[in-house]
Design a protein around this ligand. Structure first.
Ligand code: SAM
Length: 319
């Protein structure tokens, strides 16, 4: 179903299957959220595995939203934290103010949120780039996240409880999945902190491990009861088995929300699919990062991903 509002530039509105509002980007050729539900994804991928019950009433949770977009993930997190008495110290990274503006212009999007909580957060961020409320405080760092990460590290390195990484997929936005950017995000985490992402691709997982973070696979059955094996294999060969990745310096090997990587996933990391995206300057164009990775894969002695696929009976395996 498509809402009545017209498409704005490279962004067009859409309603996802759970009735929540989202956008599609023509520039990145990708939707902002799972078509099964923007709100469903916010809860399954970010809010639930954050395990907010770990925090006590009155405690301040430091949170970085990487790629704020419409703000769905942050608003959902805030509305789950407030009933527990948790306050947020919030930081957002985002290059484009138009997704938030476009969403807030939609009555159906505004109705998704409690006026004094999620809606207040998003309106304040849009108006002033800051958020001040009885439930916490925050600031938006507008611009290329790669350019803002140093400033953020200067403020909260080693002190973040949650990093929610929701960039477009590595194929379309490799600059936010590079070994260098992921290492910087890892540096934000407190010992008990967690980085959460919908992405289960091999290269970012290998880069997170190279940054010294234990990681695990978000359970697809817990995260998305509607997921069907074999679905969503396009960009992410593991999509049908894992709903994303959680990483953290002191991450427990398993929980109701995640499990250890399977043998298939561990072998995936070692194949050429695990070849990292590299961006040492932090300014490379997406096309350059993709081309250089292809060259590195061609020179790699690692098993081709097509052979790995064949061994595990996955679509696209080499004959
Ligand atoms: C998948 S959407 C994020 C959805 C969002 N988390 C939400 O809940 O609505 C990806 C976002 O990344 C932003 N983006 C793309 N490249 C970026 C960059 N280099 N730095 C910061 N943000 C970027 C896009 O503008 C877009 O809003």
């Amino acid at each position: 179903m498509t809402p009545k509002a017209p498409a704005t530039g490279h962004l067009s509105p859409r309603i996802t299957d759970d009735g929540s509002f989202s956008l599609h980007s023509a520039e990145f050729a990708e939707g902002f959220h799972s078509r099964r539900g923007a709100l469903l994804e916010a809860h399954c991928t970010y809010v639930n595995p954050a395990q907010l019950e770990r925090f006590s009433a009155g405690e301040e949770l430091t949170l970085v939203d990487v790629c704020v977009g419409l703000g769905t993930n942050s608003a959902a997190l805030l509305e789950a934290a407030v009933p527990l008495g948790i306050r947020l110290r919030w930081f957002g990274l985002e290059i484009d103010p138009s997704p938030l503006a476009l969403a807030l212009a939609q009555p159906c999007f505004r109705r998704q949120w409690q006026p004094a909580l999620g809606l207040d957060l998003l309106q304040q961020l849009q108006t002033s780039g800051r958020w001040l409320s009885p439930h916490g405080r925050g600031e938006m760092l507008w611009g290329d996240a790669r350019g803002q990460i140093e400033a953020l590290l200067g403020q909260v390195a080693g002190r973040c409880d949650l990093v929610m990484l929701d960039a477009f997929s590595p194929r379309h936005c490799p600059q936010l999945w590079s070994q260098e950017f992921l290492a910087a995000l890892s540096g934000l985490l407190a010992p008990r902190g967690r980085l959460l992402t919908y992405c289960s691709a091999a290269a970012p997982r290998r880069s997170l491990m190279a940054a010294g973070l234990p990681l695990a696979a978000l359970r697809s059955e817990a995260s998305d009861p509607g997921a069907e094996a074999g679905d969503d294999l396009g960009d992410d060969p593991n999509g049908a088995w894992s709903a994303g990745t959680v990483a953290g310096p002191e991450l427990e090997p398993s929980s109701p929300w995640w499990r250890p990587l399977s043998a298939m996933e561990r072998e995936h990391l070692l194949s050429r699919a695990g070849e990292p995206y590299r961006d040492p300057s932090g300014t490379a164009a997406a096309s350059t990062i993709l081309t250089e990775r292809l060259s590195a894969q061609a020179l790699s002695g690692a098993e081709p991903a097509s052979v790995w696929r064949r061994r595990w009976g996955l679509p696209g395996g080499a004959r």
